[in-house]
Design a binder for this molecule. Structure first.
Ligand code: PXL
Length: 276
């Protein structure tokens, strides 16, 4: 038996819903084999759940990446990268690996934490990550930052952001509007440089959605590794994460992670697509 091998370069979410924990659970659900290069460890204060981010030495990151790449990786995903040096290290590694199946999740903040990790990281992402991205998966805030515009509020704003991010070298831009966008469905936008495709699913009432962004990007990466084209990979990714969000659950009084196994256990919702 052989499995498609995926490397995630990302942080550890001790609470288990996001970060490499989300990635590995999601890769497993797709029948792929996950490997990790850890950038940071995120812990939560048990008394108020405020986050602390502990960076690993860059040398340790480089050694992990070298270990994983030596096995012959089929696809790479990036998640939380804490500093410009870490972003550059990830970008260099991706270039060196010469892989096309690269998904960049440009994580800038954790849910509930509104401080951008480090202001210089936006420019570093534009320089080192976007030119290597087959797919980049910003949320609305991240899309605004990468595009150099205000946080998108409408689908027209999302289109403007997508064009600007595409101009930075990302081949496909998938902006997660979700239920935050002014629209009657949970809507995400795919731009391949020519066509804007809106993906819609019913809005979920469930507020337990910690880890949704990481899970979506991980599903897209696994779908690409398994041979789907970009369009199919994002449609199936949205289905996977929509099921995970619909079955999100309360871990404690502070956080409710998505359930990464939901799609395989219960099935996923219908996703409709339309050119806009
Ligand atoms: O959801 C963003 C995210 C990504 N990566 C790690 C995280 C979080 C948020 O908690 O902890 C490691």
């Amino acid at each position: 038996m052989t499995l498609k091998k995926i490397l995630t370069i990302a942080g550890s979410d001790t609470s288990g819903g996001a970060g490499i924990q989300a990635d590995l659970k999601t890769f497993q659900e797709h029948g792929t084999y996950g490997m990790t290069a850890l950038t940071v460890v995120v812990t939560m204060d048990p008394t108020n759940w405020s986050h602390s981010v502990y960076s690993l030495p860059v040398d340790v990151l480089k050694t992990q990446i070298a270990t994983a790449l030596s096995t012959g990786i089929d696809a790479i995903k990036t998640g939380m990268l804490s500093t410009e040096e870490v972003i550059e290290t990830a970008g260099d590694a991706i270039k060196e690996a010469g892989l096309s199946k690269v998904v960049i999740d440009p994580v800038m903040v954790c849910k509930g934490e509104d401080e951008v990790l480090n202001p210089g990281t936006v420019d570093a992402m534009i320089e080192h990550l976007l030119p290597n991205a087959l797919v980049v998966t910003p949320n609305l805030f991240e899309a605004g930052q990468l595009a150099g515009i205000k946080t998108p509020k409408t689908i027209e704003d999302m289109k403007e952001a997508a064009k600007k991010i595409h101009a930075h070298g990302a081949k496909n831009v998938f902006i997660k509007g979700g239920k935050a966008i002014k629209h009657d469905a949970a809507a995400d936008l795919l731009f391949d440089g020519e066509t804007f495709t809106l993906l819609e699913a019913e809005k979920s009432e469930n507020h337990y959605n910690h880890g949704a962004g990481c899970t979506l990007a991980a599903s897209i990466t696994a779908n690409l590794a398994n041979g789907l084209d970009v369009r199919e990979a994002v449609i199936e990714g949205k289905k996977f994460v929509s099921a995970a969000i619909a079955n999100g659950w309360q871990l404690n009084e502070y956080v409710g992670p998505v359930y990464h196994g939901a799609k395989n256990k219960f099935g996923g919702p219908e996703i409709t697509t339309a050119e806009v």
